[in-house]
Write a new protein. Sequence first.
Length: 128
Amino acid sequence: MFNGRYGIDELGRFMLIVAGILVVLRLFIDVHALSVAAVILLILVYSRAFSRFFDKRRAENMKFLEMKDKFTGGRQNGGFGKPGAAPKNDGKRVLICPYCKEKLRVPVGAGTIKINCPHCHRQFEETV
Ligand SMILES: [Zn+2]
């Protein structure tokens, strides 16, 4: 279907989500502009998806990703102790207690360890 066409990228997906949110909002708020905006977004998504100007579409997508990175604080410092994330604190990793969400520092490389949360005094296992 998208043979030789640009298809849906991150920006397209984001616009689809926004359009979906607008449609849902329209169910609760009686503002005609919401449906108009949703329709305009959908038209934009489809015209981008079937576009043959790949370079322009890619440039738009890059701009969107840059804006998103600024908005979310960048990719480099996102997430908590994700696998493959560079350890910032030498030999220690920050875990989040699954019960009370307290941040705990544990030594890296100890294998599967039982952690006693000093905050809520519950125990959980984690591989570090
Ligand atoms: Zn806890």
